[in-house]
Design a protein. Sequence first.
Length: 271
Amino acid sequence: MRLHLFEWEDQAWFPVLLRTAMTSYLTAAYEVTQFPKLWAERLATLMKQDQSEDVLDLGSGSGGPIIRVLKELEERGLNVRITLTDLFPQIGMRRFALSEQTSVKYWPHPLDAAYIPSSLPGIRTMFASFHHFPPKIARAILHDAFQHRRTICIFEASSRTLPAILSTLLIPLFVLLLTPRIKHISLIQIALTYVVPILPFLIFWDGLVSHLRTYSVSELIEFTRELVSPDYEWEIGLIEIPRMPGGTPFLVGQASTRRRPIVRETAPLHR
């Protein structure tokens, strides 16, 4: 059963200092995982099919894995322009976008992922953020992409399986080990990790809740059941990740030239 419990980073009142510290850690953590490579493989295929060089990233936080994904796409010969967006834009997100890559730009205004202005083009992506939305909003996000016939790619880094949930017990240790990898790390982040270990607790809790919130493949299929059209198709399945039993869910919606609507559940993707 999915539990939509409280996450610290979802709260509008949550201190910017702590929010930035948590997302900075997550960015560093993605650097040691295979998620960005696997996501980029799938995204590269879609970009070539759509003949699109624009990516509109929704729920970006402070950037997360996007720079690693961008590098992987460029290694595959793609020239990519990425726009980062979020409902709670962060000052640090703008600095991240401007300092790291000229092909990444920052949308400075709050953006609701369920109501995207037509002036913002590109393949819509959500990396490890779809579980933050309750079912009503999650459905609205998919409906908006379907209604405007925009390609949308949703990738999760969490899974509502017992092994994945139990793995969160290791998160505090990972925070201690990976914090030194954070670029431009602040003294406050160091203090709140090693002196007064607030961040290991906050990150552990949000990580645990992320697994409990993650939608299953069957739930994602249900969300798209009424979004059918001869010119749009959905693909939903699992990406198998080494050392993560059960894999992680993904969803792709894309305009199609097929003659009949399709909602396809794929077999797990082995990498």
